[in-house]
Design a protein around this ligand. Structure first.
Ligand code: PEP
Ligand code: MN
Length: 337
């Protein structure tokens, strides 16, 4: 439930309502807007049944929040959240592009990619070093060595870096090197990992699970936020459907749905959504037009020899072409890139 205070309610009224809730063993979350303060109530609200909060000064209305996620809910926090990754703001007026190889393969490959994507106008470098591969015989990633290359690429280009983490050990290593942790689709409901990522305080890129509903995805975000970390960016990366022409089906409708239900930024990954590089440009445009706060695009110096996800990776020329195609669209939407 949320308690909406009257416009310009006095601080002492807000404090009084907050302490009544807390005295009943519940948690509060304050969202102070320009005019109106909203007090979110977390916990078993039946404990408040003896208390008629409506009688207190300056309470405007009490609204039930039926969704199980609260801190990720727009009703608790009507203003959009902006997440800072290094000095890059996600969720504001800039369409943020993250790009890089599926897997960090060697120092040369990563540095070449970092320079190329920076030149084309990307904001954040991605690169996997703990790869959740379908087959145990596929390339599994360079682990800590790869993290050191990511850090070197960051220092060389100034681009903040994001890496997927798949275990507690991976988190413990990654926090020493990266600006943002990625929780991949396969781990979206690894609740232990979500809580551990939450405890780090680093921004978290939370990919949608292969078969997760939007509700389950927002509950996964709730695990991170409730561990004390509000810096969550959602990433739509396609879901399993009956269609086989593409690797997954990009659920473009998740963008406006998330914008309606949550204050968290959302980006779209058309590379994993389609698995086919020829479809990446048009779906990037569709995502931006639908209101996505950014994109994640896989790139490789030579996709034909990539150790992972070559068929969906763009060459540097193709990436530059994509960025050029996005610019007028982003400008038309009144945003920056
Ligand atoms: C990735 O981004 O490298 C990745 C494995 O993506 P997903 O978790 O969406 O499959
Ligand atoms: Mn990949």
């Amino acid at each position: 439930m949320i308690i909406v205070m009257k416009p310009k309610a006095k601080q002492e009224s807000i404090e009084r309502v907050k302490s009544i809730i807390e005295e009943n063993g519940l948690l509060t979350h304050i969202s102070a807007g320009h005019e109106v303060t909203i007090i979110g109530v977390i916990g078993d609200k039946t404990k408040l049944k003896e208390q008629n909060l409506a009688i207190y000064d300056e309470v405007d209305k009490i609204v039930d929040v039926t969704e199980s996620y609260k801190l990720a809910n727009k009703k608790f926090h009507p203003e959009p959240t902006i997440v800072y990754v290094g000095n890059v703001a996600i969720g504001g007026d800039t369409t943020v592009v993250m790009s890089g190889p599926c897997a960090v393969e060697n120092r040369q490959q990563l540095l070449a990619t970092a320079y190329a994507i920076k030149k084309a106008g990307a904001h954040i470098l991605r690169g996997g070093v703990y790869k959740p591969r379908t087959s145990p015989y596929s390339f599994q990633g360079l682990e800590e060595k790869g993290l050191s290359y990511m850090k070197e690429a960051k220092e060389a280009t100034g681009l903040p870096v994001v890496c997927e983490v798949t275990s507690l050990e991976a988190i413990e290593s990654a926090v020493k090197y990266v600006d943002m942790l990625q929780i991949g689709a396969r781990n979206m409901q690894n609740f232990y990992l979500l809580k551990e990522a939450g405890k780090t305080g680093l921004p978290v890129l939370l990919k949608r699970g292969l078969s997760a509903t939007i509700d389950e995805w927002l509950n996964a975000a709730e695990y991170i936020i409730s561990a004390g970390n509000p810096n969550v960016v959602l990433c739509e990366r396609g879901i399993r459907t009956f269609e086989t022409a593409t690797r997954n089906t990009l659920d473009i409708s998740s963008v406006p749905v998330i914008k309606t239900k949550s204050h968290l930024p959302i980006i779209v990954d058309p590379s994993h959504a389609t698995g086919v590089r020829d479809y990446v440009k048009s779906l990037s445009q569709a995502a931006v037009a639908a209101g996505a706060d950014g994109l994640m695009i896989e790139t490789h110096p030579d996709p034909s020899i990539a150790l992972s996800d070559g068929p969906q990776s763009l060459s540097f020329d193709q990436f530059e072409d994509l960025m050029g195609a996005l610019r007028p669209l982003v400008a038309l939407l009144g945003k920056k890139m």
